[in-house]
Ligand binder design. Sequence first.
Ligand code: EPS
Length: 386
Amino acid sequence: MGMLDYRTAGESHGAALVVLVEGLPSGLALDLGAIDSGLRRRQGGFGRGGRMKIENDAARILTGIRAGATIGSPLALEILNKDARLDSAASVHRPRPGHADFAGAMKWLTTDCRSVLERASARETAARVAAGAVAKQLLADYGIEALGYVTRIGNVAVEVDSGLTNAAIIAARDASDVYCTDATASAGMIEAIKQAKADKDTLGGVVEVRVTGVPAGVGSCMRWQDKLDGRIMGALGSVQAFKGVEIGLGFGCAERPGSRVHDEIDFDASQRGTANLGFVRRSNNAGGLEGGMTNGMPIVVRGVMKPISTLLRGMDSVNLETHSPERSDYERSDICAVPAASVVAEHVVAFEVARAFCEKFGGDTMQEMRAAYSNYLDTARNLGST
Ligand code: EPS
């Protein structure tokens, strides 16, 4: 059985987005409705533009499933584009600063940015969400849950109380049009987005993902490629328009001495049965990861999304055909896609956790994975107790 992995294909206005997930164990019952509800959530959020009124994203399973469960073969999913018009889409000669337009035009030796921007478009994240939704279902079998939400849009920010239960986070987030857990902050974020729209401008923000229930010891410190913190940062940093990622206290670690950064350890036998195996931390500045491995505390990771680079008012640019100074091209876009990005973040982080989880406990079948997982937990919980 190969490593759990996925690849995507598809252009923003092409026929479809496609995702191929390989390395899934057999016997994972897949709920297509749960995949579609992730896709729907990604389409939403205040600040989205006209495109999301056209699309109605839903995944169709092409391969890899028999009688509703995986059979060990590659899983292919397809999400059709309703706004499919790639061949007739207009040329783009005036690159938008911040978009892939300019760098891609140079890379592929063209003055028309269209072919590049079609693949660079954040529409591709629908395919990543579909893959992540499959990974989330695998993780759910082990009581692991990944949650994404918005903590900042423009100048409006909120800190999420680490004591909130997952159910409380989900209830508050899903009641918010900007996927933020705080109602007052949500109202401020919506105002900020309205103002950006009035200014013909765009807004970025910060999203946070919390993953609970991952037992200590997932990931590795042995090869840099296997460090789970590095993989999570890579996955999140690769999401369109993301410019920074931090785990736990993140950049805040720079300001404090070690005694106020590292999470002191207590032992509480009554928590032996939980992900921390009884070794409780007084804080979670490490964001659940030490030495590239989980430590049993929730994984907490944040990413910053820059404002969308398609501005209604344009920005100074250069016509690649004539070299004359002109305003950048405008085409229909979003004012703020940070809420959608929180959904994408949740799913790409979930996939990395599932990948590392399969590396530690993986087998060809879910039965073997469950046995390996429970054997590991039994052994880990008995360490030092004889
Ligand atoms: C995007 C531009 C907009 C966004 C799109 C990303 O699309 P369009 O040009 O068709 O209006 O809506 O995001 C999606 C389509 C999506 O599914 O998230 C861009 O240029 O990156």
